[in-house]
Ligand binder design. Structure first.
Ligand SMILES: *Cc1c(COP(=O)(O)O)cnc(C)c1O
Length: 836
């Protein structure tokens, strides 16, 4: 069982993925010579290079194209043949798809990884280098966008016929650089060398209107509304095939790009006004230029609303056209179409579908509304009040005048219904109204999505419960069967098999190759958790992964970390509610303790941070600077050398996550309880054998239930207690006075111990914490510090630690996104998966 775990030393051998042969996976019968010929043909005829002059990037493009050809055969069959037409399709509308690199996804799911490695090796080319030449498709900010990507993989894998609809941003999430420890944002440019996975369809384009007025005409005694937009944009389709596990099913990710109907103003050009000649085009095409840089703060930007409407409208026009071609009649739409709104960003689709049904297809309002509600469902991702999307009525009236009328009518009818059910309850009416009054009237997109959907889901059990009690309390009262929970999941294909081949091979040897198809089979590890051979094999694999990460840390941060130290990682967007600050405070506390007693038998530890802060989020950027300042002092202090290292790795993205997660021992999931809707990083890390230190927040609660209380380090206030503390008014100064450890830490930071170049840098941060500790960092500090001591007590006993680690992996099967998608399919979409 230990062969791959111990025999691998160099990175290229190490990255070798699992052997897929015994069970008749496609890999077994692949003709390597043929594959090599195909790659060479692509290199010559599509890239236009000879093997002698080809760069790594050329080889990547040639390989991707050769693989893509194999996907396309099946794709075309599934989409163009009459017989293959599915009864019902899912349309997943998301403003974000955080996909990452795609080559290994495709290779792994087609069972072509080993064959491709061999085919390229015969040409003197290393597959792992080729893999590294692919840019990350970073069309998302964080968890929400990554969830959409995992769902696309799962829908293709269990056979849910689906389209993902989104925007083809020219520039995805910014690249994060560091200057003197401060975050710098640089534009991301994933398309600069083309995208070999996509098919441009300039002929698939839909007109998107903005502005103008609504004309009311008399249509045989009935009033009819015609929207006359002032401005037209074209939405053009770019398709990427999404191949599922074992290549049995292929779905489509269709991303829209904005195009100006008139590419240039010749008049202006001929006058010599070359910039003016392109001005309209630049303005219009800016709609799909950049991903919005934040998913947690409202950004009242007109361009954002234009993005939302363009992609919602184009997607609806596309699916309505397909439905009419296939079935001829829009009244059967809910029988054949399920539309999932990933957060409120696409919820303008609700009035847009009403407009299509009522204005363009002459359906009566009531019938159109029934169809709409039966077709849509909505996933809520946050309870943070500042992140609940709303748009000024004035902006909506100017940009989307007809939609605003429709929203008013939806609202009037909803309020009438509520009045019927609860007469005289004005507070209720105010709380469920689509229009927020006072301080400038605004449209509440969450309410719009809620009333326009037959199901509304939260993303973890706790989050769904809190949804019922807080943001949607009154709507839940009126529609008690609408809210449902669908706890998030992750695709094990990317987050175990591809990113951690060493561990995967050991798991296959232990429980059988069937585990690749059935993650519940991981439970067979439970009785083996104390088996010392298994423990040692997994420990050795983890150590190899840590060695690889150590090389990256040395390379990028110029710090050497010991692969035998405990790797304590917190990798996620930088946000106050995620409490990276709490982790930094604990780091300083342990640093102080080590300096006070350098001769004690400390266990060596490495604190690893990674994550981006929204460009406009000052406090988050200051927290990054603090982590880097602490790192600088700690890493250069001879007293703690070898005992404590701190590294903030720049530019966190999917590819970096794929390297850090397999190398993690401890997973930090320490958000203020009640604030993290689910988390998915927590799942990736636990699956890869990291133990969790965390609060009872989001899916941590369910992870705890699955792995058991003895195998997770839970600490801190519960969501209820947080609520109670906030209501009472929490006194941070009293908490700090009661904790000498914390007091010493805060004093050191405030007094400039970590910022000798600018001693006042953190004064405001520390004073702010004492005056209004909104995220209860000081309240949870002692409990967190104590939980960390429990971590080290277990870490000292390797057998006990590995037992817990194996128990974690063994019980994570339920967190597969295949399970999540199965639940959406049966309980929300009414679609039967054809596979899995
Ligand atoms: C999984 C993932 C996330 C989400 O992480 P959380 O810890 O759940 O916030 C964000 N970014 C990337 C790149 C991811 O892979």
């Amino acid at each position: 069982m230990t062969d791959t775990a111990t025999a691998t030393t160099t990175a290229d051998v190490a990255r070798r993925p699992v052997r897929e042969t015994a069970d008749g996976t496609p890999d077994a019968g692949v003709d390597v010579t043929k594959l090599r010929k195909e790659i060479l043909a692509e290199l010559t005829y599509s890239v236009g290079r000879s093997p002698e002059t080809a760069s790594v990037r050329d080889w990547f493009v040639a390989t991707a194209l050769a693989v893509r050809d194999r996907i396309v055969d099946r794709w075309v069959i599934e989409h163009d043949s009459e017989h293959a037409r599915p009864k019902k399709r899912v349309y997943y509308l998301s403003l974000e798809f955080l996909i990452g690199r795609m080559l290994f996804d495709a290779l792994h799911n087609l069972g072509l990884t080993e064959a491709t490695r061999e085919a390229l090796a015969g040409l003197g080319v290393d597959l792992d280098q080729v893999r590294g030449a692919e840019p990350d498709a970073a069309l998302g900010n964080g968890g929400l966008g990554r969830l959409a990507a995992c769902f696309m993989d799962s829908m293709a894998s269990i056979g849910v016929p689906a389209f993902g609809y989104g925007i083809r941003y020219d520039h995805g999430l910014f690249r994060q650089g560091m200057r003197d420890g401060w975050q710098q944002e640089y534009p991301e440019d994933w398309l600069s060398f083309g995208n070999p996975w996509e098919f441009a369809h300039p002929e698939v384009d839909y007109p998107i209107g903005f502005g103008g007025y609504v004309e009311q005409v008399n249509d045989g005694g009935k009033p009819k509304h015609i929207w006359r937009p002032a401005e037209k944009v074209e939405a053009v389709a770019f398709d990427m095939p999404v191949v599922g596990w074992r290549g049995r099913h292929v779905n489509t990710l269709r991303l829209w790009s904005a195009r100006a109907p008139d590419p240039i103003s010749l008049d202006a050009f001929n006058r010599g006004d070359y910039v003016g000649a392109l001005a309209d085009r630049v303005r219009i095409e800016s709609i799909s230029k950049v991903l919005y840089p934040s998913d947690e703060t409202p950004n009242g930007q007109e361009l954002r609303l234009r993005q939302e409407f363009m992609f919602a409208s184009a997607s609806l026009q596309d699916l309505v056209r397909r439905h009419i071609e296939d079935y001829g009649d829009l009244r059967t739409l809910p029988d054949h179409v399920a539309i999932q709104l990933n957060d409120t960003h696409p919820s303008i689709a609700v009035p847009e579908l009403m407009r299509i049904l009522v204005d363009l297809h002459d359906l009566p309002w009531a019938e159109a509304w029934q169809i709409t509600v039966a077709t849509f469902s909505y996933t809520n991702h946050t309870l943070l009040p500042e992140a609940l999307e709303s748009w000024p009525v004035s902006l909506m009236e100017r940009l989307l005048p007809r939609h605003m009328q429709i929203i008013y009518l939806i609202n009037a009818l909803e309020l009438e219904g509520a009045r019927g059910k609860r007469p005289g309850d004005d507070a209720l009416l105010a709380s469920i109204s689509l229009i927020e009054e006072g301080g400038g009237r605004r449209v509440r997109m969450g309410v719009l999505a809620f009333v326009g959907s037959h199901k509304v889901n939260g993303v973890s059990a706790l989050h769904t419960e809190l949804m019922k009690q807080t943001v949607f309390r009154d709507l839940h009262g009126l529609h008690p069967h609408r809210i449902t929970n669908k706890t998030n999941g992750i695709t094990f294909r990317r987050w175990l098999a591809q990113c951690n081949p060493r561990m995967t091979q050991i798991l296959i040897d232990a429980v059988g190759v069937e585990v690749l198809d059935d993650p519940s089979r991981l439970e067979r590890l439970i009785p083996m958790a104390r088996d010392s051979a298994l423990q040692e094999a997994l420990y050795a694999a983890k150590r190899e992964n840590k060695m690889e990460l150590a090389r990256i840390v040395a390379d990028r941060n110029d710090v050497w970390v010991d692969p035998d130290a405990l790797f304590d990682v917190q990798i996620k967007r930088i946000h106050e509610y995620k409490r990276q600050l709490l982790n930094i405070l604990e780091t300083v506390a342990i640093y102080n303790a080590m300096r006070a007693q350098p001769m004690r038998a400390w266990m060596p530890r490495v604190k690893i941070f990674a994550g981006k802060a929204a460009a406009s989020y000052r406090q988050a950027k200051l927290i990054i600077k603090l982590a880097n300042d602490v790192a600088k002092v700690v890493n250069s202090d001879p007293t703690v050398r070898g005992l404590l290292k701190v590294a903030f790795l720049p530019n966190y993205n999917v590819s970096l996550a794929e390297v850090i997660i397999p190398a993690a021992d401890l997973s930090e999931q320490i958000s203020t309880a009640g604030m993290e809707a689910s988390g998915t990083g927590n799942m990736k890390l636990a699956l890869n054998g990291a133990l969790t230190i965390g609060t009872l927040d989001g899916a941590n609660v369910e992870i705890k239930e699955h792995v058991g209380d003895d195998h997770i380090f839970i600490f801190g206030l519960t969501a209820q207690e947080v609520e109670a503390r906030k209501r009472k008014g929490f006194d941070a100064r009293a908490a700090v006075d009661a904790s000498p450890t914390l007091k010493q830490v805060l004093d050191a930071i405030r007094d400039g111990v970590f910022s000798p170049d600018d001693p006042g840098r953190y004064r405001e941060l520390v004073d702010g914490l004492l005056d209004h500790d909104n995220f209860l960092v000081t309240a949870d500090f002692d409990a967190y510090f104590a939980a960390q001591r429990r971590v080290y007590k277990l870490w000292r006993d390797r057998a006990a630690w590995m037992n817990s680690s194996i128990i974690n992996t063994a019980n994570m099967g339920w967190f597969s996104s295949d399970r999540t998608i199965g639940e959406y399919a049966s309980e929300i979409w009414d679609v039967k998966p054809t596979l899995g």
